[in-house]
Design a protein around this ligand. Structure first.
Ligand code: PMP
Length: 430
């Protein structure tokens, strides 16, 4: 029998090894951009719980909405009733997702990606899905087949879902035919479009291909924004071949890039948009949105689930939109983004292991160190956590560090975070 007096080291053994915990910190509480551990120490959170705490930790508007809702009802089964938070949420989201106007909900990003793939396959009566090297779409049995960010996610779990075909992401820093450090975004985008056309001719006929699934900014794959014009070209490609375009905005959505959805930067409308993470400031909620004509091709009863459209999570999502509108969060993201990239670029000559690609969009901030030894990015993240009390994440198979601050972060906090980050990089590089 385990006893409540067993040590931390004994207790933590109860967690299976499949879930990696990157530190021994135990969180107690959090406010805005600061997380306080049970030992009373504060840490500056530049991860937002992997892009989730969009309005900062425990925003009073979100806390109140959740507390009010919990006191009234915590679980309303969406297969049995409508509820006001869900109806309000759809109403409030539509101006942002237009012309996509019909929703389907899930609990996690992976599930929502799978809903999008189910819809695409069923609606088109075709099966193939084209995805991109470096893309991350989740860990469930279907989503891991679609994930090309790290083999760690799928190794040993096969056979994977069939009908999945990969091309390169338009990653201009590493564009295969432009050569390493190519930085030729136009060329890179065109090269990927060429790969797509070749794929359709050699392996994946348009008559068998349901959809292209893509992140507007590669997330777990390294915070790589697609080049200008890329999504317009992809839209034309999809229309020409009668293939659906699915934008995975799980990480890029809800203001993370300075627009409500990142695809808006390219003035392109996908057929299906996938959303999760920041939607409800920390409560499990995800979903897809499409035009009614497409969404209504879902067979009745084929979607949903026990916890889908949870009444507390949807109340938190409505409150999240309140905060966005009342506090002009999108404008803050745009201003803070300009500030952070300027500050990082000003310090670029202090950064080791160049060339260093400082990149991203909005408050998706990535730094890739082309010449760094394996493990450098992870060491910087560890040093920053232990010595600077700054929480960061790595990304991709390359030496990349990412910062994902809450979208309500203020200028002084962000400057402070950049300074702690740069100090950590310089220290670890020795
Ligand atoms: N898509 C993208 C773009 C993601 O970044 C993630 C998670 N990092 C997922 C899907 C999967 O989401 P979840 O972890 O909520 O299943």
């Amino acid at each position: 029998l385990s006893s409540s007096s067993s040590s931390f080291n004994e207790k933590k053994q109860a967690l299976g090894k499949g879930i990696t915990v990157s530190s021994d910190l135990v969180v107690d509480r959090a406010q805005e951009c600061v997380i306080t551990m049970t030992n009373g120490e504060d840490y500056l959170d530049m991860t937002s719980g992997i892009g989730v705490a969009s309005t900062g930790h425990c925003h009073p508007t979100v806390v109140k909405a959740v507390q009010d809702q919990v006191a009234k009802m915590s679980h309303a089964q969406i297969n049995m009733f409508y509820h006001t938070p869900l109806l309000t949420l759809m109403d409030r989201l539509r101006p942002y997702t237009a012309p996509l106007d019909t929703f389907c909900f899930n609990n996690s990003g992976s599930e929502a990606v799978e809903s999008a793939v189910k819809l695409a396959r069923h609606a088109t009566k075709k099966q193939n899905i084209i995805v991109f090297n470096g893309g991350h779409h989740g860990r469930t049995i279907g989503a891991m087949a679609l994930t090309g960010s790290k083999t760690m996610f799928s190794a040993g779990f096969g056979p994977l879902m069939s009908g999945v075909y990969y091309v390169d992401y338009p990653y201009s820093f590493r564009c295969p035919s432009a050569g390493f450090e190519g930085h030729a975004p136009d060329h890179c985008g065109k090269e990927v479009m060429r790969q797509l056309e070749t794929l359709l001719q050699q392996r994946c006929h348009p008559d068998d291909t349901a959809a292209v699934l893509i992140e507007p900014v590669l997330g777990e794959g390294g915070y790589v924004p697609a080049p200008k014009g890329f999504f317009q070209a992809l839209r034309t490609f999809c229309d020409h071949h009668n293939i659906l375009m699915i934008a995975d905005e799980v990480q890029t959505g809800f203001g993370r890039t300075g627009k409500m959805f990142a695809i808006n930067h390219w003035d392109t409308v996908p057929d299906i948009l996938v959303m999760a993470k920041g939607i409800a400031s920390g409560y499990p909620l995800s979903g897809i949105v499409a035009k009614r004509a497409l969404m209504d091709l879902q067979p009745p009863g084929s979607m949903g689930g026990t916890f889908v459209g949870n009444i507390v999570a949807t109340a938190a999502a409505v409150a999240t939109l309140d905060v966005f509108e009342q506090e002009n969060v999108l404008q803050n993201v745009q201003e803070r983004s300009e500030q952070v990239f300027k500050r990082l670029r000003c310090q670029a000559d202090r950064l080791p292991f160049g060339p260093v690609d400082i990149r991203g969009l909005g408050l998706m901030i990535g730094l890739e160190f082309a010449g760094a030894p394996k493990g450098f990015a992870a060491q910087v993240v560890k040093h920053a956590r232990e010595q600077e009390h700054l929480l960061l994440l790595t990304a991709s198979i390359y030496e990349t560090i990412r910062m994902i601050p809450p979208l309500v972060v203020d200028g002084a906090t962000l400057d402070d975070a950049v300074d702690r980050l740069v100090r950590s990089i310089v220290h670890v590089a020795g």
